[in-house]
Design a binder for this molecule. Structure first.
Ligand code: DSN
Length: 418
């Protein structure tokens, strides 16, 4: 697959090959990352990258759309069937443009939107002040309950009554608990707001019936396609039919030009994979692994935000250990245990040196790892946290990690030919 790159551009080939090797010998626990199947990967590298297809199926601005129309319709139909949605737009280049397009479809610039604050697990595009979503709109941010580390639906309702947002956003990037989308729908209805849900992190868990679906409770649902859903890098919007025209107009021509048809073809494949019965087993194992890892980490005295997890991710608050996130994340990376440092609710440290660590199980579950392997991972994290400056200890962990990765190669259909 990479032979032409090797022949034409040795510099890029060497870097891709090195990255493939790094992914092979790493326990990848950034909760938004995964491994895609060989079929999904091949579609992203297909001739569809050569095609412009501005517009929508049946109404394009360039000719030669015989195949692209069929592909986009297939992706849309599979998305609607998988998630039980009335309408789907598969063109957003990723989650951030999907969110901005959605807000622009439902509200005028300057209107009030309300989402979860970034340090409490929200996404930048839920109205955080450095994002255009926090600049173009009057953004009000809700926070987690300081005691429980969980959504405080009464407090959210109170804030919504006070500010009367045009759009209430549910969903998160670093919240380890199940979100009750029905409560968000009730709050939105009580103040006359649209309910927009961003299910980017949990889309695969929703598809695999391991998390409540936001679709029946939302006007619009946005998502990326490459996290737990295990598709190509991209975005997607699902909505009620009454919003479909406004959403389509906001994505194209409002926000984007030509859709990435190679990505859309890969998304169609990934949606087909997610509809297969074994995907539900995969989603269930993601959650089982995260719960086991959380239990073991708590056994080592780690303080987890909300006291555990219901989904694919874990947020460690390191303050009780006298640690901060970045040095631990960097030491773990040396041992090929890859995660990210992260703010935790109530963090007074800045975003470049926050007090938390965010871990997730989607990628290691794709490798076939189960609860027993989570026990090893928890032990290694603890060993590194206790020996941050000790290179000999870190090297020993790195060798053990590599041994485990060798025992858990990717399943055959996920291995990319070199
Ligand atoms: N950057 C993603 C994440 O890691 O959660 C969110 O878009």
């Amino acid at each position: 697959m990479l032979s032409a790159i090797k022949q034409n551009d040795a510099a890029v080939f060497d870097l891709i090959e090195a990255e493939q090797a790094r992914q092979g010998i790493s326990i990848r626990m950034i909760p938004s990352e995964n491994y895609v199947s060989r079929a999904v990967m091949q579609a992203t590298g297909s001739c569809l990258t050569n095609k412009y297809a501005e517009g929508y199926p049946g109404k394009r601005y360039y000719e030669g759309q015989q195949m692209t129309d069929a592909i986009e319709n297939l992706a849309r139909d599979r998305a609607k069937a998988l998630f039980g949605a009335e309408a789907a737009n598969v063109q957003p280049h990723s989650g951030s443009p999907a969110n901005l397009a959605t807000y622009c479809a439902l509200a005028e610039p300057g209107s009030t939107i309300m989402g979860l604050a970034l340090p409490h697990g929200g996404h930048l595009t839920h109205g955080w002040k450095v994002s255009f979503t926090g600049k173009f709109f009057n953004s009000v941010q809700y926070e987690l309950n300081a005691e429980t580390g969980r959504m405080d639906y009464d407090a959210i309702a109170k804030l919504a009554k006070e500010h009367k947002p045009q759009i209430l956003i549910s969903g998160s990037s670093a919240y380890p608990r199940e979100i009750d989308f029905s409560k968000f729908a009730e709050i939105a209805e009580s103040v006359g707001a649209y309910h927009v849900s961003d299910m980017a992190h949990i889309a695969g868990l929703v598809a695999g019936k391991q998390h409540m679906s936001p679709v029946p409770y939302s006007d619009v649902v946005t998502t990326t396609t490459h996290k737990t859903l295990r598709g190509p890098r991209g975005g997607m919007i699902l909505c009620k039919e009454e919003h479909a025209a406004a959403i389509n107009k906001a994505v194209f021509p409002g926000m984007q030009g030509g859709p990435h048809m190679h990505t859309i073809s890969a998304l169609a494949i990934a949606l087909g994979e997610a509809a297969a019965p074994e995907f539900a087993d995969y989603a269930a194992q993601i959650v089982a692994n995260a719960k086991r890892l959380a239990d073991k980490l708590m056994g080592y005295g780690f303080d987890l935000v909300s006291g555990g997890t219901d989904n694919h991710l874990i947020l460690i608050d390191l303050r009780n250990k006298g640690l901060v996130g970045k040095p631990l994340a960097k030491a773990m990376d040396k041992a090929h245990l890859v995660c990210n440092y992260n703010s935790v609710p109530g963090d007074t440290a800045g975003p470049f040196n926050p007090s938390g660590l965010r871990l997730g199980t989607p990628a290691i579950t794709t490798r076939g790892m189960k609860e027993d392997q989570m026990d090893l991972v928890a032990g290694w994290i603890n060993t590194i946290a206790e020996n941050l400056e000790d290179d000999a200890v870190i090297s020993k962990v790195a060798r053990e990690v590599q041994d485990l990765c060798n025992q858990f190669p990717l399943p055959e259909s996920f291995i990319q030919p070199g």
